[in-house]
Ligand binder design. Sequence first.
Ligand code: TXA
Ligand code: MG
Length: 311
Amino acid sequence: MASAVHSHSDLPELAARLRAGELVAFPTETVYGLGADATNSDAVLKIYETKGRPRFNPLIVHVADLAMAERFVSFSPMARKLAAFWPGPLTLVLPKRPEAGLSDLVTAGLDTVGIRIPNHPLALELIRAAGRPLAAPSANRSGKLSPTTAAQVERSFGGLVPVLEGGASQAGVESTILAVEGELVTQLRAGALPRDEIEAAIGQPVAAAKHDAAIAAPGMLASHYAPNATLRLDAERAEAGETWLGFGPGPDGANLSPSGDLREAARNLFAMLHQLDEGATRIAVAPIPRRGLGEAINDRLRRAAAPRPQS
Ligand code: TXA
Ligand code: MG
C-alpha cells in the first residue's frame, strides 16, 4: 500500500484498521471525514492529535441506519420527523443514551450527541463493515479548508492517514446542524440542507442560533475554513493584486457557478478556494444570494474572510 489513497477493494482492510483503533478518512456527500471508532477513546484522541484541534469540540457520529442511531441517541417525535432527511446532509443533536458506550471525547462531556447517516454508498459500506459508529470531523488540519476530494485529504496529512477514494463530494459544504429540544428546532450551523426545505417538511419555523452559538456548537469559531489568502466578500470586481472568484455571468476567471446555480456553487466552493489558494494572496468574491443553500455558502465565506487568530 504505497499511496495513502485506497480504492473500494481495500475497504475490508480499512474497516479492520478502524476496529483496531486507527484513523481512516472517508468520503461523504458533504466533505471528506477523518473517521475513528466513536466507542474507542484512544482512537478518538488520534482525531484531535492529527487535526491539531486546539481543544475538545464535540464530534459528529456517523451511523449506517436508523436502528444503529437508536442505539446511541433517543428520538422525540420531532426528531423522528427530521430523520426522514437521512441518509443526507443533516446532523441532529439529540439526547445521548449514556449506556450506549460512546466515548466521552466524542461528546466533549455533553449529554447530547450530534449524529447523522451520510448519503454516500462507500461511507455506509465502511460503517457497516467496521460495525462501529464513526466519529468524524472534516478531514483537514484544524482551521483550514474542508476537503471535497481524496487528493486534498492526502495533501493535508502527508500520507499519514489512509483515505478511501469516493470521488468529489456532491454537496461540497458540511451538514446542516439542528438541535432538537422537544418541538423546538434550532439551527446551530447552516449547511448543505437548506433551512427552507426543513421548514417545509416539519411545517414550522426553524429558529436561528443565537450569536453565542459558538457555545452551543463549539466548533463554530469565527475564523474557520480559512485559506491562506485573504478574502474580500460581496465584491463588484477584482482590484489590483486581487484574484476574482465569480458567481453568475461575469468576467473570465474562477467562477463558482457561471449560470448562478447555488447547488453548483456549494459543490465548487472549497475546491475553488483550495485551487485559488495555490497562487492568490487576495481573493475578491462576487456576492452570493442569501436564499436556500446561499445561507451556508455565505456562512463559510464569512468565516474564511474573518480575521485570523494570531499564531
Ligand atoms: O458534513 C459534516 O457534518 C462533516 C462530515 C464529515 O460529516 N463533519 C463535520 O464535522 O463538519 P466537524 O467536526 O467539522 O463539525 C462538527 C460540529 C461542530 O461545530 C460541533 O461543535 C458540532 O458539530 N457538534 C457536534 N456534537 C454536538 C453536540 N452534542 N452539541 C452541539 N454541537 C455539536
Ligand atoms: Mg470542519
